[in-house]
Design a protein around this ligand. Structure first.
Ligand code: ADQ
Length: 508
């Protein structure tokens, strides 16, 4: 792949499975219409992309039947967006298959059994090649390319082969499993070699980085030293690949500003009223995914009602379960299980006009989410395994009143940072029940003490700082050009930018 002449191409290129926009019909002339899909990643990277001449390479989210249907690159929100096309078969093999049927369960402690299909792997390789080629095409000489997440683990090496002039970073948003589990993957060497094409491989927790380095030792006989390994290229040259933790976060100031706004406060009061003004509102917000432990949570809640430790008349569990990966069989089964469970609890403990579990299978805008966080006395995060869990951080950012209690699974990345949450092992139903009771009866004083400490952490470590830390570790010369350094004041004037945004659908 030829390196573009000086002055051509983009200096910062993000490569992610999804573009930061959704296809929203067509203009009268037939050209595609796009709608921004705000997520933490876009928020964090937008200032960098705008100040650095940035491009974003990703899939539009819709199948393309022929190559010519893939849209041309276009400009949006101050950056260049470069769509990558996936055919219907590739969506099945690469996205629903290898990404979400093989890697997702494998990297989440094999909560369900991963499936290994050679045809899925072939699609994964082919689609990774396409993303790598698109990135190689738009990156300027010596550009920084930041590849995101488990769907694109082969891209770093493919990109390096095509464009050795680039600085390449990779960030894994989900856990990296212990070698004993990773070793099941028939293509484990190829995946590791793919990642080692990067200069810097970032993970959510130090434990994930260690798992990765251990896998390099066991599978590739590389000796980890000082959070990295030396790799030898075919021509004998040596290169160092660093691997370390960069815990992701949220746009804390924007979330807080939203939560403080008058309409959101009013809506929070309204939500409580619609729920019948119970003494206690317990909230769960998750993508409907088997890693989130939604069933464990409902079981614990039901037992607390059975035992009389929570009063059905005075308590509501508000469970938001965002539709996710609905074409994947495991997800269809999960939905049936959860809905059956909800029906049983409501059948046993509800009465006319009052359901003890309010189950909502929808996506919501940011304001509604902020209002729900404020309406909740207790936030329940019971993931069986979770790279970080941003919902826990969003709850904390929303609680400017320093009220509320967070029950947090010890199997989330967030648990490493939020020591003042009530930590639980969600498999231990008795322990989970005790934690819920502890949260429900917690005094306002104790809530304040814990909230303050957690709010300090989430305030200081926001998503802007995450992007800054990663990019300046990858390329120290970017310091000063990338916003979000630890020394910068955090403003809360981002409210307008976020007001009115609806979060749309699942991008994972
Ligand atoms: P997810 O598994 O999607 O992310 P999470 O980190 O909790 O999990 O992020 C979910 C996001 O979606 C949050 O911002 C939340 O507010 C939003 N959301 C959830 N339900 C919603 C709804 N019904 N309507 C609107 N918005 C909703 C993956 C990994 C995580 C890691 C993140 C980021 O699995 O471990 O924290 O990536 O790296």
């Amino acid at each position: 792949m030829p390196v573009p002449p000086a002055g051509e191409g983009y200096d910062v290129v993000v490569v992610a499975n999804r573009l930061p926009v959704d296809r929203d019909g067509s203009h009268p002339d037939g050209s595609p219409r796009w709608r921004r899909s705000p997520g933490g990643l876009v928020t964090a990277l937008e200032p960098v992309m705008q100040s650095q001449d940035g491009a974003w390479v990703g899939w539009s989210g819709a199948p393309s039947t022929a190559e010519e249907e893939v849209s041309e690159p276009f400009d949006e929100g101050g950056m260049r967006l470069v769509p990558v096309g996936l055919s219907g078969d590739e969506i099945t093999g690469f996205y629903e298959g290898f990404s979400n049927g093989t890697l997702w369960p494998l990297y989440h402690d094999v909560i369900v059994a991963p499936e290994y299909h050679r045809t899925w792997w072939e699609d994964y390789v082919r689609v990774n090649e396409r993303f790598a080629a698109a990135a190689a095409d738009v990156a300027a000489q010596g550009a920084v390319v930041w590849v995101q997440d488990y769907q694109l683990q082969l891209v770093p090496a493919m990109l390096r082969a095509a464009r050795p002039d680039l600085s390449i970073g990779f960030f894994n948003h989900i856990p990296f499993p212990p070698y004993e589990i990773f070793a099941q993957l028939p293509w484990r060497r190829q995946v590791l070699e793919g990642l080692l094409g990067a200069d810097l491989v970032g993970f959510q927790r130090p434990a994930d980085a260690q798992n990765f380095l251990r896998a390099c030792r066991r599978s590739l006989k590389l000796v980890p030293r000082h959070q990295g390994v030396e790799v030898t290229a075919a021509d004998g040259s040596q290169r160092r690949v660093r691997a370390s933790a960069f815990p992701i976060s949220i746009d804390t100031a924007a979330m807080e500003a939203l939560a403080r706004s008058e309409p959101v406060r009013a809506r929070a009061a309204e939500i409580r009223e619609h729920l019948g003004n119970p003494d206690t509102v317990i909230l769960g917000v998750d993508r409907l995914d088997y890693t989130k432990g939604i069933g464990h949570r409902i079981k614990a809640f039901a037992e607390l009602l059975d035992d009389g430790l929570l009063a059905a008349d005075d308590t509501v569990l508000l469970q938001v379960a965002t539709p996710s990966r609905e074409r994947v069989e495991q997800y269809r089964l999960l939905r049936e299980d959860i809905e059956l469970q909800v029906g049983r609890v409501n059948g046993a403990h509800g009465r006319i006009g009052h359901s003890v579990v309010q189950y909502l299978h929808h996506s919501y805008g940011r304001e509604e989410m902020a209002a729900m966080f404020q309406a909740a006395d207790v936030m329940l995060v019971t993931s069986l395994r979770d790279g970080m869990n941003l919902v826990a951080k969003e709850y904390i950012a929303s609680r400017h009143d320093e009220r509320g209690a967070l029950v947090l699974s010890e199997f989330t990345g967030a648990a490493d940072e939020l020591g003042q949450a009530i930590h639980v092992n969600p498999h231990d139903i008795d322990g989970l029940k005790a934690a819920v009771v502890q949260a429900v009866v917690m005094s306002p004083r104790e809530q304040r003490r814990r909230m303050r400490s957690m709010r300090r952490r989430v305030g200081e470590h926001d998503v802007q700082r995450w992007a800054h830390d990663f990019l300046t570790t990858l390329r120290p010369d970017l310091a000063g050009q990338v916003p979000g350094g630890a020394d910068e004041a955090r403003g809360d004037d981002a409210e307008d930018e976020h007001a009115g945004q609806a979060r749309g659908e699942d991008h994972r």
